[in-house]
Ligand binder design. Structure first.
Ligand code: AMP
Length: 285
């Protein structure tokens, strides 16, 4: 397994693979791996001849007062985990490599970043789109794999790739959960034991929504009312948003017909958790 830390080295490596007709798959990450990350990598392994991943805690997607400094990092653990999955190359840059002095170019994806996390985390998706555009230019993948856990991120990246005619395919993978239903996240390490039940209010409320939908309730407000009531009944849970949106535009909708997603962001004490359910999909809880 190769570990490359400069854009030039990575680009040269990818170019040589491309010249040999190899298909490059790519999983961008911020590290501190769990099964969710590894599931994307296994899919990447299946989709390409060479699997590249990146590990980079991207400062431009963190807002003031967010957890950039304390975001968990463990490169040794991560690299041994991914070696087991068969990753061929890790791109592991320093911030000076990604954002050198005088850096001033950013990618803004407009409408789909304006709702949900775009409201509570201003500038977040500008950072995400920018770093992904850069990583795509550096790694030159044929296909990149993202998790549906970060639903708005996946929609944003798909939009950017289409709008900017980027020559790669974007694939989304299902949310991987703990056995109790909690969506896996590197941030789950922040949760204390007494906060677990409140953290589970997200996935459990998705289950409530699914049940209502399947029993014929199509009114988004009725579903959201139950979801919010349930989450609010937990001592450490504070709802940032609970919304039902159209899956490609991410605009709020009143009726759950088809192509609708229930998206949640909830603060459990200081830990901000997200989760979602696309109506009609399987909910693996
Ligand atoms: P992160 O390291 O948090 O930036 O995540 C890297 C990639 O892993 C993103 O595409 C995430 O959507 C994906 N991911 C994170 N958690 C999960 C999960 N529980 N299930 C599936 N994919 C996930």
């Amino acid at each position: 397994m190769k570990i490359l830390s400069t854009a030039r080295e990575m680009q040269a490596f990818s170019e040589s693979l491309r010249n040999r007709g190899q298909k490059i798959s790519f999983v961008p990450t911020m590290g501190y791996f769990h099964e969710g990350h590894l599931s994307l990598m296994r899919e990447g392994k299946r989709l390409g001849d060479c699997l590249a991943i990146s590990i980079y805690v991207n400062p431009t997607q963190f807002g003031q007062g967010e957890d950039l400094e304390k975001y968990p990092r463990d490169f040794e653990r991560d690299s041994s985990l991914v070696e087991g999955v068969g990753v061929d190359v890790i791109f592991y840059p320093e911030s000076t490599e990604m954002y050198p002095e005088y850096y001033q170019t950013y990618v803004t994806v407009e409408m789909v970043t304006q709702n949900l996390c775009g409201i509570s985390r201003p500038g977040h998706f500008r950072g995400v789109a920018t770093v992904c555009a850069k990583l795509f230019n550096i790694v030159k993948p044929h296909v990149a794999i993202f998790g549906k856990k970060d639903f708005q991120q996946l929609v944003t990246i798909k939009r950017m790739v289409q709008d900017l005619n980027m020559d790669l395919e974007i694939t989304g993978m299902p949310i991987v959960r703990e056995t109790d239903g909690l969506a896996m996240s590197s941030r789950n390490v922040y949760l204390k034991e007494n906060e677990r039940d409140s953290a589970l209010s997200l996935s459990r409320s998705l289950k409530i929504a699914k049940k209502m939908y399947e029993s014929g309730v199509k009114d988004a407000f009725a579903i959201l009312a139950e979801v919010k009531k349930f989450i609010d009944g937990h001592p450490y849970a504070e709802i940032d948003y609970a919304k039902i949106c159209e899956t490609t535009t991410l605009r709020d909708i009143d009726r759950v017909e088809r192509d609708a997603v229930l998206a949640l962001a909830v603060k459990v004490n200081k830990t901000r958790l997200i989760d979602n359910y696309v109506f009609g999909d399987v909910l693996n809880i």
